[in-house]
Write a protein that binds this ligand. Structure first.
Ligand SMILES: CC(C)(COP(=O)(O)OP(=O)(O)OC[C@H]1O[C@@H](n2cnc3c(N)ncnc32)[C@H](O)[C@@H]1OP(=O)(O)O)[C@@H](O)C(=O)NCCC(=O)NCCS
Length: 170
């Protein structure tokens, strides 16, 4: 189900059919380094992950993470971006992840700008936040380009490292 379109990209709801792509994305070196190893090693595990996370999120909140496809490349799926409401953060947070071959082409900015547009106009979200590891320079750069600004360091997850919290009023 298509949720939005930009100049170069389509944004659609993720389904269990996207399990092979999620398996690939979640095992890229950047995902493991900057987001964390979720221990998803088979297509079946990826399909279960999608059911328990993305699909559940659409059901509970109406929003979630979307797959990003390139219109000019026969709808090749290149990443995901979207919104998440975590119990341990006050506001909805935005996130993004693309396979390495598609970094540095402005797709992150293009997709995430549209997610912010949806957050404001479709989902009526008033304050958006984001969390990132302090070493994740590409993510920090993109968050700042999207107009989010650094607030403070947080430690929302037990046993996890300190993260930087960014936010923006919509
Ligand atoms: C974070 C991440 C999405 C950033 O992706 P990205 O491709 O670097 O981000 P952008 O879309 O901003 O593109 C970067 C560059 O592409 C360049 N670019 C090339 N062609 C472009 C075009 N047609 N239009 C716009 N920019 C273009 C831009 O110059 C931009 O660099 P600049 O901001 O210094 O000017 C990516 O590094 C990633 O997927 N990382 C792994 C997952 C991750 O860490 N996620 C965040 C967890 S907190």
């Amino acid at each position: 189900m298509i949720i939005a379109e930009t100049n170069r990209l389509l944004l659609s709801k993720i389904t269990v059919d996207d399990a092979p792509f999620l398996l690939q994305l979640m095992n890229t070196p950047d995902w493991i380094k900057y987001i964390g190893d979720r221990n998803i090693k088979t297509v079946e595990q990826a399909a279960t992950y999608i059911q328990n996370n993305q699909l559940k999120c659409y059901e509970t909140h109406g929003f979630g993470y979307y797959k990003i496809q390139v219109k000019a490349e026969n709808l090749k799926t290149i990443g995901t971006s979207g919104l998440l409401k975590r119990d341990n953060l006050d506001h909805v947070d935005i996130g993004f992840s693309f396979i390495p071959e598609y970094h540095g082409k402005g797709y992150g900015f293009e997709a995430a700008s549209e997610i912010i547009n949806l957050a404001k106009h479709k989902f009526n979200i008033k304050t958006l936040c984001a969390i990132t590891l302090p070493i994740n320079q590409p993510s920090i750069h993109l968050l700042e380009k999207l107009g989010l600004s650094y607030q403070k360091t947080v430690k929302p997850f037990e046993d996890d490292e300190e993260l930087l919290l960014f936010a923006k009023n919509l």
